[in-house]
Write a protein that binds this ligand. Structure first.
Ligand code: NDP
Length: 256
């Protein structure tokens, strides 16, 4: 698979887990401008990210962004927009998410609202608010077709979104609000793909694997390095043929 070429990228939820690893590996891939967004850049949870930004001034920029707050999204656009050149923004990685660990019987209204605000509505408004910069990148590239080097929206989804996989699992995992919100995120990918096709902005959902993070836990199958290496290889290989699709970190097509 081809490697991702130098680019500008926005990663949400970049302070820990897969988001932090994504920033590290985008740096290794010589991404020229990385906007590492998190909701509390000054907090203890963001120490590792602050260190990265200090080591790579002008390449890694910390951006305050709570995806569940539309005002915070708008504020972040002002900062990122002021730093982006005429070549716009190549890549949005909608990574931030929450997993309220509840079953159908224990879930509350607040759990459902939190899951939808963060996992579906957040990505929607991030895409909408940053769209002018994606369009600028698509225009500036001058390349035909679609690719992540040109302009792309990557929605980090989950196998828990799959209407084929989830009902076939032997035990009922307490993923009720999460699964439903990630299925919603997948539908957002489908709609966005339809509406951004004319702009040649690639849109995709990707399952990162079952990964050892705060969300995945210690029993998960792979580490963040393996997951993100795989995802970046996949990003480098994506074309208009995968536009609007759902794949995993190895490039395999996922069942919706
Ligand atoms: P973590 O729980 O380790 O990290 C979640 C990240 O999302 C944190 O940076 C957190 O920030 C951020 N976040 C949560 N709410 C908000 C918000 N309102 N605004 C901005 N940032 C927010 O999760 P992972 O790294 O494991 O997950 C990354 C992505 O991968 C998610 O989309 C997840 O659904 C998906 N995924 C993960 C799997 C796994 O096995 N780990 C499996 C399948 C999918 P803060 O520190 O402020 O809380």
């Amino acid at each position: 698979m081809a490697a991702l070429k130098a680019c500008s990228a926005l990663v949400t939820g970049a302070n820990r887990g897969l988001g932090l690893e994504m920033v590290k590996q985008l740096l290794e891939a010589h991404c020229s401008q990385i906007f590492a967004a998190c909701r509390d850049p000054d907090g203890t949870n963001s120490e590792a990210l602050r260190e990265l930004a200090k080591k790579h001034p002008g390449v890694v920029t910390l951006v305050k962004l709570d995806v569940a707050d539309p005002c915070s999204i708008k504020e972040s656009v002002k900062k990122v927009g002021s730093l982006l050149g005429k070549n716009g923004l190549n890549l949005i990685i909608n990574n931030a998410a929450v997993l309220p660990s509840k079953s159908m019987w224990t879930t509350t209204v607040e759990d459902m609202i939190q899951a939808f605000n963060t996992n579906v509505i957040g990505p929607l408004f991030v895409i909408r608010e940053y769209l002018p910069y994606l369009r600028a990148a698509a225009k500036a590239s001058g390349k035909p077709g679609m690719s992540c080097d040109k302009a792309a929206v990557i929605n980090i989804s989950s196998d828990a979104a799959s209407m084929i996989i989830m009902p076939s699992l032997p035990e009922p995992f307490p993923l009720f609000p999460y699964s439903i919100s990630k299925a919603g995120l997948n539908m957002l990918t489908v709609y966005t793909a339809r509406d951004l096709k004319a702009d040649e902005i690639l849109c995709i959902s990707i399952h990162p694997g079952y990964v050892k993070t705060d969300m995945g836990g210690d029993k998960a199958h792979i580490d963040t390095r393996t997951s993100v290496e795989g995802m970046l290889r996949v990003f480098g290989s994506l074309t208009e043929n995968q536009h609007g699709g759902f794949v995993d970190y190895t490039g395999k097509t996922m069942p919706w």
